[in-house]
Design a protein around this ligand. Structure first.
Ligand SMILES: Nc1nc2c(ncn2[C@@H]2O[C@H](COP(=O)(O)OP(=O)(O)OP(=O)(O)O)[C@@H](O)[C@H]2O)c(=O)[nH]1
Ligand SMILES: [Mg+2]
Length: 351
């Protein structure tokens, strides 16, 4: 405890007096704090029990340890993870979902509606890991996504955590797999991972989750010509968001473009054809009159109604059932464990 508090004070002082305190004084202060906090040994036994009991402060601290770049923290985190897994035993069935898309497409708004529905209506525990791009210079989060899910963050059954990507290639935080597993041992049944879709980042996210939902904006059809084409092969559901107001027609056109592109590609799973759905996070449902109006104005198919994030969750649940029944979920989880082992700096601990 002392060590953590000491660390926080030190970070604050370092930032606050960066230009004032001479370097040697900073080093002296740092070593003093280290000395004072070194005497306190972390009680891993109690710590892991707190995480598994679902105590948020313990989970937050465990994630901080797992994300740390320091070797001793990584080793502690690995030991903690081992203990949590052993304590939890067989975890409840969990569902890991990645939500990706270009900046500003509406990912956080979508996740917030979804999260509120899952916690309030389905009475399940939801953890949201918002992977923020990190500042290259200071290493901190740029977006601070927590502030943009205010409603969800106050839900007792929800845990919202922005994770700096740590400058990792592709924008995925280095330890997302471990962080997801920690959340699961803490009793979270649905894990939603938001990532900023910059280039290939979705490919890295797709590796860490059971399902990838790709959000695109109306008019994003042009992106299919370029770098975004590859991601379509990884997406399990494509959602054309912002299908409301003046962008309704454009959204229907974009949906058609994505449908045509999907027709041309080999499905990733034989039993699932990636649907392309229209969605609005701010309008509940499209009125029937508006649908007719749209079909007379435009030749694009309007067979897909404009859905809410809650409707899209039903589709996601269907996908989850199918991958569970077909054994794909288990097979993919096993291969992901292999990836953790291969990439983890403390792989000997997990083995
Ligand atoms: N009209 C409309 N606006 C939306 C919709 N969904 C989100 N927005 C708005 O789009 C803006 C950006 O939404 P965010 O949810 O922060 O988008 P994001 O993809 O998480 O953005 P980054 O995290 O910066 O990549 C906000 O002002 C939202 O209110 C939608 O369905 N329709
Ligand atoms: Mg966001």
């Amino acid at each position: 405890m002392l060590r953590l508090v000491g660390g926080q004070i030190w970070c604050y002082l370092k930032e606050r007096y960066r230009n004032v305190v001479p370097h040697y004084s900073c080093r002296w202060l740092s070593s003093t704090l280290e000395l004072r906090t070194d005497n306190t040994k972390l009680d891993l036994e109690q710590f892991s029990r707190d995480v598994v009991a679902g105590k948020t402060y313990a989970l937050a601290r465990a994630i901080t340890l797992a994300e740390s770049r320091k070797l001793e923290h990584s080793q502690l985190a690995a030991e903690l993870l081992d203990r949590c897994i052993a304590l939890r035993g067989s975890t409840k069935e969990t569902f890991r979902v990645g939500i990706s898309g270009s900046p500003g497409v509406g990912k956080s708004t979508f996740i917030e509606s979804l999260g509120c529905h899952i916690t309030r209506d389905l009475n399940k525990k939801v953890a949201v890991l918002a992977v923020d791009p990190s500042s290259i210079i200071r290493g901190g989060s740029i977006l601070g996504d927590k502030t943009r899910m205010n409603k969800l963050a106050t839900e007792p059954n929800a845990y919202v955590r922005p994770s700096p990507s740590g400058g990792t290639w592709g924008g995925l935080a280095r330890h997302t797999d471990e962080v997801i597993t920690l959340c699961e041992t803490a009793g979270y049944e649905v894990i939603l991972v938001e990532t900023v879709g910059v280039g290939q980042s979705e490919a890295a996210v797709a590796d860490a989750v059971d399902m990838l939902i790709l959000l695109v904006s109306p008019g994003a059809g042009d992106e299919l010509q370029g770098s975004k084409k590859g991601i379509l092969e990884l997406a399990d559901i494509v959602v054309v968001n912002r299908a409301d107001g003046s962008t309704k027609l454009m959204a229907a056109k974009t949906r058609q473009e994505y449908l045509s592109a999907i027709e041309l590609q080999q499905p990733r799973l034989s039993f699932w054809k990636t649907p392309v759905l229209l969605c609005s996070c701010i309008e509940k449902k499209m009125e029937p009159n508006a649908a007719q109006e749209m079909s007379s104005e435009d030749h694009w198919s309007t067979s897909s109604p404009i859905l809410s994030p809650v409707d899209i969750w039903k589709e996601a649940t269907q996908f989850h059932q199918l991958i569970t029944q077909n054994g794909v979920l288990t097979a993919e989880r096993v291969s992901k464990i292999y990836i953790i082992l291969r990439l983890s700096p403390y792989q000997h601990r997990i083995i």
